[in-house]
Design a protein around this ligand. Structure first.
Ligand code: HEM
Length: 153
């Protein structure tokens, strides 16, 4: 898929900023997930049966940071090769999500939460173009993970 140098730069510069504050980012990301789809929220062991998103939970921060970082890395791959490689990480993510009962529509929930979190966090540096670049990178990553999920059944 076509991914321009400018799109890559937009994703990179916003990730450089976002990664400075993972605790806050994670909290907002999971708050969005709970608002968009309470059902998806309850799949996470650290959120199940709790009304509040736990502060400073390491697993919660790891999941959020990974979603953002792997999306950023997908943007780099799209720019360099035009595709997101099906590497051991993607294969592992396919199996872990199958095991946790994740299904395709959940990826749309996480996408919206990701884009909303970015919009909130980067203030006046936000633009449609920036959001769209993140959306493309996420879609391509989600596509390969979902494919692994199907192949793994
Ligand atoms: C676990 C990444 C999308 C639900 C994980 C883990 C990673 C990850 C790295 C931790 C694996 C480990 O235990 O070592 C991603 C990425 C995604 C994505 C990069 C999208 C591009 C989703 C979606 C859902 C989801 C759409 C469903 C709402 C879960 C759950 C776990 C998990 C429930 C297990 C966490 C626990 O221990 O409770 N994911 N994920 N993920 N993911 Fe995702």
């Amino acid at each position: 898929r076509d991914f321009s140098e400018r799109q890559e730069a937009l994703v990179k510069s916003s990730w450089d900023e976002l990664k400075q504050n993972i605790p806050q980012l994670s909290l907002r990301f999971f708050t969005w997930i709970s608002e968009i789809a309470p059902v998806a929220k309850n799949m996470f062991s650290f959120l199940k049966d709790s009304d509040e998103i736990p502060q400073n939970n390491p697993i919660l921060q790891l999941h959020a940071a990974k979603v953002f970082k792997l999306t950023y890395e997908s943007a780099i791959q799209l720019r360099e090769k035009g595709v997101v490689a099906v590497d051991p990480t993607v294969k592992y993510l396919g199996s872990i999500h199958i095991k946790n009962g994740v299904i395709d529509p959940h990826f749309q929930v996480v996408k919206e939460a990701l884009l909303n979190t970015i919009k909130e966090a980067i203030g006046d540096k936000w633009s449609d173009e920036l959001s769209n670049a993140w959306a493309i990178a996420y879609d391509e990553l989600a596509h390969v993970i979902k494919k692994e999920m199907k192949d793994g059944i």
